[in-house]
Design a binder for this molecule. Sequence first.
Ligand code: AMP
Length: 596
Amino acid sequence: MAKEIILGIDLGTTNSVVSIIENNNPKVLENPNGKRTTPSVVAFKNNETIIGENAKRQLETNPDSIASIKRLMGSASTIKANQKEYKPEEISAMILSYMKDYAEKKIGSPVKKAVITVPAYFDNAQREATKNAGIIAGLDVVRIINEPTAAALAFGLDKSKDENHRILVFDLGGGTFDVSILEMENGTFEVLSTSGDNHLGGDDWDNKIVEWLIKEINAKYDFNPRNDKMAMARLKEEAERAKIALSESMVANISLPFLAMNANGPINVELELKRSEFEAMTTDLLERTKKPLMDALEQAKLSWNDITEVLLVGGSTRMPIVQELVAKITGKKPNKSINPDEVVSVGAAIQGAILAGDIQDVLLLDVTPLTLGIVVEGDIVAPLIPRNTTIPVTRSQIFSTAADNQTSVSIVVTQGERQMAHDNKFLGRFDLSGIAPAPRGVPQIEVSFSIDVNGITKVTAKDKKTNQEQSITIQNTSALSKEDVEKMVQEAELNREADKKKRREVELTVRAEQIIHQIDKSIESDEAKKLDESQLASIKKEKEEIQKLIEDKNFDELEKKINEFEQKLAQAMEFMKNQQPTPNQDNQDSKDNETN
Ligand code: AMP
């Protein structure tokens, strides 16, 4: 008997699936239409929210319908529908809530907890948004796991624990393509590499048929359906149907009765599409799956001989030509024992059962999909965690200052494989202030990255001398409510201003102290002997005024004073330069560095 039920949810770009583990067996739950997969589509009509199959049917005709919301997860975009603006996570939450409801009806009792899967290439923001979607739907998201890892978990459960495997997961869904190589050793999974194309999927194959249909209909029936929304919706639906039929048979009949009216009456489209024709028109799409496959193998530092299992995931892997290509490249017969539409959700349910303590002895390791690093001088990235590093992981590295007496550094975190920071994805930034002033290169600033089991990253920077520490955390504890999430965001906002203020104060104090130090040094110098009493007194007065402003923490005045002093100093320097017949350029430069 299960201790507690945890839903395993595959929240897909095209379709979503929910499973549970019942009496040690995975069970895919059916939606109210009796289907095991639910289209990830939301539509609004007459103030009613429609999810799934019925929403999908309205996609082309109802402007208030939304598909592929997963592509926007983690972005700041909003979606206008139903006379409102929705965040991507709110739309995803509607799908999750629908699934939670029908799961509860099937199970016969309320369920709170869920494991939700995300693509391996999802970054922090996308994972957070997915988690928040769960929270909005009233779910306690106990874990976010990578889709290929879930698939491998579903696959590995049936395997004997003394067998070791290197598994290639080839996941071609409706809108995305993912390749992963995993290692399963003594019941432990490790993802060795990931690759893919997040804009390649079954929809592209459908669109090829749609384009072909438009041409054929134009030629044979002298009608252009392109501007007819209703006709286009039917073309799209029929194209997918024909594609699916061609996975089983060599010819598909395309029938679109009453597609439109023309002068001669209704247009009844009757066409035939051969599998060979379909395969010929989609060769370029198939070609696009090759490179990610090779990349994943190369990154895993393996050869095809090392791969022991090839696992097909995603509905589009049902196309025979896809299976043939995978078999040809890998030299292995792909394993089709698990339903490709359901395997990810089943894996998530298994992960749920592991967390609930129903299944033991399976450890799950994931990898970072992209390199994480920070920006150093000259907009260059210093990588801290290379892509495909197994998580959870913590890595640190020592950095230093770029200028003399630098008292604060900005830690800018990026994600991506490019050398220049601006080419990569910006993840976040924060300031570490209060570094003890020292010549450039002397301070030791330790920057640490830790990634937890959910793939969520925390970055900390610490000045080893002062122990000043600052960090960014993207909250990931499992018991977060929607209110908690909002509070976190507000707190981050609040601290940002306080940190900025603090940084300014520290910087001003340090700059002022540098000036005092400079004054003291110049009073004691040989040059000072040439000054008369009144000149000396005026310099000392200047120093006292600055000291007083520091003591009073009067930072606005202090800033003014410092700027005035630096201006005067610059003028004095200029004056001296003009007095001297041959100024020494090198000396001048080093003096500039000291005052900066
Ligand atoms: P998924 O996102 O894994 O549910 O995959 C959805 C995609 O798989 C859609 O583009 C479907 O049209 C496609 N699909 C489902 N069944 C088949 C099939 N038998 N043959 C070809 N494509 C299929």
